[in-house]
Write a protein that binds this ligand. Structure first.
Ligand code: HDE
Length: 758
């Protein structure tokens, strides 16, 4: 028999050990790396999938380096400019022409490569959450979640690498950070059991109860389709038209009309998974769970005026704050917490439907149990490669964590995969470096645009015998992700919400009742601003009718500001305030806060360098401010009165009373036109007025006291610390800053009901 005459399949040896070895040299063309056995394989083998005649491309990084533990090999390598193919170039500044004054030649391959790549540098921005900033970090498990979940990354002592991206929702990629908006808080946990994404927001409820309404709410919130304005704002007619008609949005709306809509920093935001998830422990017992992120720096916000001013002076305020804090070693931290609820068949708790994403479970009823700590300790190296290309997906789940039937979550499970196909240009986005799992991947997904894996084997299908039956599915004891056998209520097919989704006003009322007076005053002003920017009075009136169903005082306050009559409230239910919702009344660490130090270059404070270091020693960031740049007392000037603005500071220290700078020309600069005493730079007076108005602690000593007096600040005024030396004043200011603001300075009207009691 010739070697080409192998018409009969190899037959397994009688003892079942495998195929009978051929007696002659096999003909070329064998489909797999080894002959298949007759029966479907029942155990995985480590047989090679690559035939001896095959080789994958030699492993190289995208820049041609041999991969190594040194991650620099994925950046540029070599000292000389090259083409994308590695050929060295002598000139990249002139195109190839027919003579210096002649036309450009089509043969200029370098020109064409350079311009073609440039022409395709942009990808579509995210449909929502387009503007964001991210950081790498680590999640350390406390080991306290074992009773509710078998997720391995929550086992005692586990450390898991993470990547967290924060974002605004409405604005496009270039919009300002401090717009009034909800913030995204999405974390990718690269666990040993596969990637888990917790894709949440800084507000625990959502606008809508059903995913099918997402295009509606986003179309309403985005700029008007005709003029494409306003950018990154909800203060316009289409938004308020929608939310005043679609009243399930009212709970979310009051949260971001409150100070939560203008966070001081990503580092000072809570995060929420919003939906109820179903967790399983090692014994197969299930619980319903809400995820929370608790920032160790507390929850703090900007004032509305600050947010607007920052939008002009530093539109990258939050992005810069996150990166600077990490660079300075003030690593932001959050604790992951769980509210654990029984998995009863009704999926209700205390009358609250756990499948309704517009409702919270007050922490006073179900405490948040802390199960681990997130620390963000590295900034991305390349914004596009990491922050822009990261692709989150609520369906990235690990054993021990599963979804529920929340109709909003169910729709998200479809959407996040789908959107990446357009945004990241094909189905292989999971292979982009930032999206790669840190667990072994053995899928049967193949080909497609941007394929980077060099798969071996010939049988990406199951069952197969040509690749020895591989890959095998996991056995029952191998900690695989399992779809839980959850009972589905007997029902009919219909487009309808459950009755329990129909109360849209009790929880917004509870939120309002949980606020302190100063927070309530901010909410009234926010509604008044937003509705005041609407063109149509009918829309204002319709939203006032919604506010009347939340609280009569809220409604009256907004109506007065709008100059409209307040509709009468119906009988409203009594609600129990949840003090945990208020941001006022506690003290928190001051790490990572910015302290301005105003100096006089003509008479530098002798302690300036030591003061600077004392600020650094308590993990705050000193920013020296003077009429001109340069160095004062050995310390570099960070801002001049021309380049700086009060809104960058959390507190200000006056170490001198600088005379007006040469550029303090009122005719040229509105800041220099600020009223003040002739001896002091008017821009300093303006800075102090703003710090006062924004309720920031102010400290002064020595000649700095004169600057304070000039601005009308005297000892005994709330949050004004006039002392004898720099260090005692710094101590007093830092102590005050621990409360975030000098709350007594806000003259809030007194509201009757509620108020957080801490
Ligand atoms: Fe998203 N959402 N979303 N969302 N979402 C996206 O995915 C979507 C929802 C959230 O930093 C998109 O990759 C639908 C709730 C965050 O990359 C898109 C619905 C919550 C981020 C998408 C929701 C979120 C997104 C846009 C209604 C809080 C940014 C680009 C069912 C729990 C993630 C992308 C990042 C991003 C769809 C509702 C949070 C289009 C259809 C509720 C933090 O897929």
């Amino acid at each position: 028999m010739s070697s080409h005459d192998e018409s009969t399949p190899p037959v397994d040896a009688a003892d079942g050990s495998g195929p009978t070895p051929p007696s002659v040299t096999p003909a070329p063309g064998r489909p797999g790396a080894r002959p298949p056995q007759f029966d479907e394989p029942t155990t995985p083998t480590d047989a090679p999938l690559t035939s001896p005649d095959q080789a994958a491309a030699e492993p190289r990084t995208p820049t041609g380096a041999v991969p190594s533990a040194d991650d620099a090999t994925t950046a540029q390598q070599g000292e000389r400019l090259t083409t994308s193919q590695g050929a060295r170039l002598r000139d990249t500044d002139h195109s190839l022409r027919a003579g210096a004054r002649g036309p450009v030649l089509l043969q200029d391959h370098h020109l064409r490569e350079k311009i073609t790549h440039f022409d395709h540098e942009r990808i579509p921005e995210r449909v929502v959450h387009a503007r964001g900033a991210a950081a790498h970090g680590v999640f350390e498990s406390f080991g306290t979640a074992a009773s509710v979940t078998c997720a391995d990354f929550l086992a005692p002592g586990r450390r898991t690498e993470v990547f967290t991206r924060f974002s605004t929702v409405v604005g496009s990629r270039g919009s300002m950070d401090t717009a009034r908006d909800t913030r995204g808080f999405a974390t990718k946990f690269y666990t040993d059991e596969g990637t888990f994404d917790l894709v949440g927001n800084n507000i625990p409820v959502f606008f809508i109860q059903d995913a099918i309404k997402f295009p509606d709410v986003i179309h309403a919130a985005k700029p008007h389709p005709d003029r494409e304005i306003p950018q990154a704002q909800s203060a316009h007619d289409t938004f308020w038209d929608f939310v005043s008609l679609h009243t399930e949005a009212q709970h979310h709306t009051i949260w971001f009309m409150a100070d939560r809509g203008i966070p001081r920093s990503f580092r000072m935001m809570e995060g929420f998974g919003i939906h109820t998830f179903r967790l399983t422990n090692a014994d197969g017992e299930t619980s319903l769970v809400k995820f929370h992120w608790k920032p160790l720096l507390g929850v703090h916000s900007l004032t509305w005026e600050e947010a607007q001013m920052i939008g002009g002076t530093d539109p990258d305020f939050h992005r810069r704050d996150l990166a600077d804090a990490i660079e300075a070693g003030a690593y932001p931290q959050w604790e992951l917490g769980l509210q654990v609820l029984p998995d009863d068949p009704e999926q209700m708790f205390d009358g609250i439907d756990l499948l309704d994403p517009t409702k919270i479970i007050p922490e006073e009823l179900v405490p948040v149990q802390r199960v681990g700590r997130l620390t963000l300790d590295h900034n991305p190296r390349n914004y596009f490669a990491e922050t822009e290309q990261v692709a989150f997906h609520p369906g990235n789940l690990v054993p021990g964590i599963d979804v529920t039937d929340d109709p909003l979550l169910q729709g998200r499970l479809f959407s996040y995969l789908d959107t990446q196909i357009t945004r990241l240009g094909g189905p292989n986005f999971a292979q982009l470096p930032i999206n790669r799992a840190h667990a072994p991947v053995n899928d049967m997904l193949r080909d497609g645009y941007g394929q980077q894996a060099d798969h071996a084997g010939v049988a990406p299908y199951r069952p197969n015998s040509l690749d020895g039956g591989c890959p095998f599915t996991a056995g029952a004891d191998e900690h695989a992700f399992e779809d839980l056998p959850v009972r589905v209520a007997e029902s009919v097919r219909e487009r309808r919400n459950p009755e329990s989704f129909s109360d849209h006003f009790t929880q917004p009322r509870m939120f309002w009742a949980s606020m302190t007076d100063v927070e309530k005053a901010h909410i009234v002003s926010a509604y008044a601003f937003e509705l005041g920017r609407c063109y149509e009075t009918t829309i204002r009136e319709r939203q006032l009718a919604c506010l009347a169903q939340i609280d009569p005082e809220l409604c009256r306050g907004v109506a007065e500001a709008l100059g409209l009559p307040a509709p009468k409230s119906p009988d409203l239910p009594d609600v129990t305030p949840s003090p945990a919702l208020s941001q006022v009344g506690g003290t928190w660490p001051v790490a990572g806060r910015t302290v301005g130090i105003v100096v006089d270059p003509e008479a530098p404070d002798a302690d300036l360098a030591a003061l600077h270091e004392a600020v650094v020693a308590v993990s705050m960031t000193p920013l020296v401010i003077a009429p001109v740049g340069g160095t004062v007392g050995g310390v570099p000037v960070g801002r001049t009165f021309a380049t700086g603005r009060s809104v960058e500071l959390d507190a200000v220290l006056l170490a001198g009373a600088p005379a007006p700078g040469a550029d303090a020309v009122p005719a040229l600069d509105v800041k220099a036109g600020a009223p003040g005493a002739p001896g002091t730079d008017p821009r300093l007076t303006l800075l102090l007025e703003e710090c006062w108005r924004h309720a920031k602690p102010i400290g002064a000593w020595g000649a700095g006291r004169d600057a304070a007096t000039t601005a009308g600040l005297t000892e005994g005024m709330p949050g004004v610390h006039l002392g004898e030396d720099a260090f005692s004043v710094l101590e007093a200011v830092a102590e005050q800053l621990a409360q975030h603001r000098v709350w007594e300075r806000f003259e809030a009207p007194s509201f009757s009901a509620g108020g957080a009691d801490r």
